[in-house]
Design a protein around this ligand. Sequence first.
Ligand SMILES: *[C@@H]1O[C@H](CO)[C@@H](O)[C@H](O)[C@H]1NC(C)=O
Ligand SMILES: *[C@@H]1O[C@H](CO)[C@@H](O)[C@H](O)[C@H]1NC(C)=O
Ligand SMILES: *[C@@H]1O[C@H](CO)[C@@H](O)[C@H](O)[C@H]1NC(C)=O
Ligand SMILES: *[C@@H]1O[C@H](CO)[C@@H](O)[C@H](O)[C@H]1NC(C)=O
Ligand SMILES: [Zn+2]
Length: 508
Amino acid sequence: MLGLCLCLAGRVVTPHTMLGYLPHRGGSPLLCLWVLLLPLVSLQSPNRHRSPDQGVEDRPKLLLVSFDGFRWDYIYRVPTPNFRSIMEEGVKVEYVENAYITKTFPNHYSLVTGLFAESHGIVANEMYDPALNLSFSMETDSIYDSRWWDEAVPLWVSIQKAGGRSGAAMWPGSDVEIHGMFPTQYLQYNASVSFEARVRKVVEWFSAPEGEAVDFAVLYWEEPDESGHRLGPQSPLMDEVIAGIDEKLGFLLNELKKAGLYEKVNLIVTSDHGMAQLSPEKIIELDEYVDRDLYTWVDKSPVVGILPKEGKLDEVYGSLVDANPNMAAYKRENIPEHFHYRHNIRIMPILLEAKEGWTIMQNRTGHFMLGNHGYDNTIRNMQPVFVARGPAFRQNYLKTSMRSVDLYPLMCHILSIHPLPNNGSLQFIQDLLSSEPTPSTATPPHQTIAPKVSGYSYAPVIGSFIGVVMVLGFLVVYIVLVTVKQRPVLKHRSWEMSQPLLQEDLHL
Ligand SMILES: *[C@@H]1O[C@H](CO)[C@@H](O)[C@H](O)[C@H]1NC(C)=O
Ligand SMILES: *[C@@H]1O[C@H](CO)[C@@H](O)[C@H](O)[C@H]1NC(C)=O
Ligand SMILES: *[C@@H]1O[C@H](CO)[C@@H](O)[C@H](O)[C@H]1NC(C)=O
Ligand SMILES: *[C@@H]1O[C@H](CO)[C@@H](O)[C@H](O)[C@H]1NC(C)=O
Ligand SMILES: [Zn+2]
């Protein structure tokens, strides 16, 4: 079909030069046909879905970066030229609904598993597992116990099981043995290692010789979370912190360019959560309502897991349920459905949730912060930034909203990995991609992936049919237009508009 078009047009044109030959310049209508048919031709290419056994050079590469606590709107506060350049060259999603609770460990694990916290098992930064009789705390080596992580399989493990390689620079959980594996390349967590040193490692891993280079890497940086907690997000001092993150991003872009990776590596820059401004006037003191000997305090404010002592559940719950208008108390089984935060024994029998800006303490003598996160994930201030660029992504495309669990199936698609059962859906965010997935990879949510299905082969047939119908329609329109001498109607936009329309039709 492609050859026929070129032949009839009488000369070989590339898609780029072709734009100059649209009707308003007096070109042949056949070139317009070609424009319309091009998306179909590309859809029919059987090589679009790559398999893990193909040549190393052709393999798609992906780097996932998290700047901890980078709230979605920070980029609008100060000039952030490096975030802007990714937005212009790629995609941006304005509102990202992350996973409840909006804390660091649960959300970083959701990003690489596509699971809500109740399903991946890292339900908080501080946890107690009654079956294991073990406690988990970010501040201890307990995080290195695989049993906490083995309820899910992070993307790096799946890639390695499929014969690929991965790299990890301090992403939460990435230096823990999970399902018997560490990332192919990784750094042991050490907060003193600079961002620049982490970037150099990641670039080195991507640049390694054929057969050793990583396909996927994750990169984590502690800021602007730390400053957000200390200063509060409303502090003018945060402006400088945010500008500093943009400079760090600029460093990363530059290192990728220097290594010749910039056009090859798909880059996603996001975060785990946002940050809310707190106030010392907004403190809820639990000691006013319930004897602290009746329960164990498990996770920290503003969403606190309460483990009542044996036989004390109803007493503790009764004391807390209507205790303070700025705090909700839920029994685990009554936690609102949309949080997807019930079905795990690591979620404590009582959950306290403060309203935005409020802090829950036992009394006022504890450590107080000016900024915090953890609140309801539908609160905008809890939501992270999201930008991405690279060969897999569209250019200069703004999307209004997504859920962070949808990122996992998207990353699996880019890397040609079959996703494990997850809570995301590629369908919701496939418009971020430069070429939309074939039906076999656009799997509906909550469904186990079967090996490639034959439905894929219908696409060319349906595509050709729609193509022919559209071409005929176009010819009629063209002839009418020429007849009434209104030639300059279609201009360049006919090219840009025809593509998404055709592709959408194909996926009905
Ligand atoms: C749980 O572990 C602690 C030690 O960390 C021990 O004192 C306690 O008896 C254990 N509880 C049960 C129910 O095994
Ligand atoms: C952590 O990194 C710093 C800076 O690179 C280094 O000086 C220190 O020895 C590292 N600590 C550990 C435990 O490796
Ligand atoms: C507040 O709690 C701490 C322990 O967390 C305790 O040492 C202190 O006495 C308490 N203060 C008051 C006023 O109850
Ligand atoms: C999330 O996905 C897991 C794995 O497929 C599934 O067990 C769980 O029920 C899902 N959760 C929701 C809320 O659909
Ligand atoms: Zn965080």
